[in-house]
Design a protein around this ligand. Structure first.
Ligand code: FAQ
Length: 321
């Protein structure tokens, strides 16, 4: 084929891709897609997968110390759900031509991003409530629109993830509700946890729109459906009545609703703290990566055994044929 024919083919493919996006159709792994679209998806989906896997750590910290058998089994189920989310997402990313090993290596070698939120410590049981309510709540706000992401495997993975996140958010709210309606000391513990997690949960939505280099293109490709600030607004609006139901104070003392614009006016997010965490200098970054690396090394025998078993089965099938 001549290069002119190649170029004509590429123009036709691009037109087909653009038409599918314009028509709200899904792009599937077999379809032609622009290289930048593929790379953007690998970036976002793998970062998302890493977040789910690293995100197991702050809550796993409380499994052995949960205050009752019921709380312990709920927490184990939640942490296992996060592992499952990581696996669906790694699988979705693999349909774009990257391997699980490449993604894992990038994470444990410190070359990959994962959500800033998981670089904070969980010193009290109330942190389990605050994570469920605020962190899973923010995750739902961000992820429900991703169920309509233009890339089929990502959107479909998000449907099940969102259902599970709803249960997570509900259990977090319930932990906080019990604490905030318990003894004065329990209520103080709940307020303290919410004070520590509120601002970092707002940072989960990413930089403000004017500082978000990827948003415009990702929205044009219908990967993202709303901007970072739009989703942050939606989340704050969702939290306000829930703060009241919990009987807890919102840590943002400047928060108010502007009737004229229909928007929440918020206090200033500490973007310096956000960039420090992204640069690897958050309270628990080093610990999270160290733990992930150790878990990877400890699991080497499982991977080797699984590969040896798969090889044995393949040989058996070949000899039987
Ligand atoms: N932390 O141009 P944008 C969960 C990076 S899952 C770290 O706005 P984009 C469930 C961004 O990657 C939580 N990095 O980027 C759970 C980019 O870096 P790059 C994870 C951040 O992609 C609950 C740069 O800044 N959820 O919580 C953060 O258009 C409980 C510029 O930003 C997802 O991943 C951040 N907060 O928008 C699990 C959802 N924000 O790659 C366990 C899917 C931004 O250019 C327990 N992802 N960055 O070097 C998304 O929706 C998007 O990727 C955004 C960022 C909105 C996170």
């Amino acid at each position: 084929m001549t290069s002119t024919t190649d170029e004509l083919d590429e123009v036709a493919e691009q037109q087909r891709f653009d038409a599918l996006i314009a028509d709200e159709q899904r792009i599937e792994p077999r379809d032609w897609m622009p290289e930048a679209y593929r790379r953007t998806l690998i970036r976002q989906i793998s970062q998302h997968a890493h977040s789910e896997i690293i995100g197991m750590q702050p809550e796993a910290n409380w499994i052995t110390r949960a205050p009752s058998l019921k709380r312990k089994s709920i927490l184990i189920a939640k942490v296992q759900d996060e592992a499952g989310h990581g696996l669906y997402l790694y699988s979705a990313a693999q349909t774009l031509g990257i391997t699980r090993e490449e993604m894992t290596d990038a994470l444990i070698e410190g070359r990959a991003r994962y959500s800033s939120i998981f670089n904070y410590h969980t010193p009290t049981w109330a942190d389990m409530g605050a994570i469920g309510w605020l962190v899973d709540g923010a995750a739902i706000c961000n992820q429900v629109p991703l169920c309509r992401a233009s890339y089929g495997p990502y959107g479909r993975a998000m449907v099940r993830i969102c259902k599970e996140e709803s249960f997570h958010q509900r259990q977090g709210f319930e932990i906080l509700y019990e604490l905030s309606h318990g003894t004065p000391e329990q209520k103080r513990m709940a307020q303290d946890a919410v004070d520590r997690w509120y601002w970092p949960s707002l940072m989960m939505f990413g930089p403000s729109d004017d500082a978000s280099p990827n948003s415009a293109q990702s929205m044009a490709w219908k990967i993202k459906r709303f901007s970072n600030d739009e989703l942050r607004q939606r989340f704050v609006g969702m939290c306000v009545p829930q703060f009241e139901a919990l009987g807890l104070e919102c840590p943002d003392r400047d928060l108010r609703y502007d009737e004229e614009t229909g928007r929440w006016i918020m206090g200033e997010i500490d973007w310096n703290e956000f960039s420090e965490v992204l640069a690897g200098r958050g309270p628990a970054n080093a610990e999270r990566l160290r733990h992930r690396r150790e878990a990877h090394d400890d699991g080497a025998w499982v991977r080797e055994a699984a590969a040896a078993y798969a090889q044995k089965m393949q040989d058996r099938r070949r000899f039987a044929a």
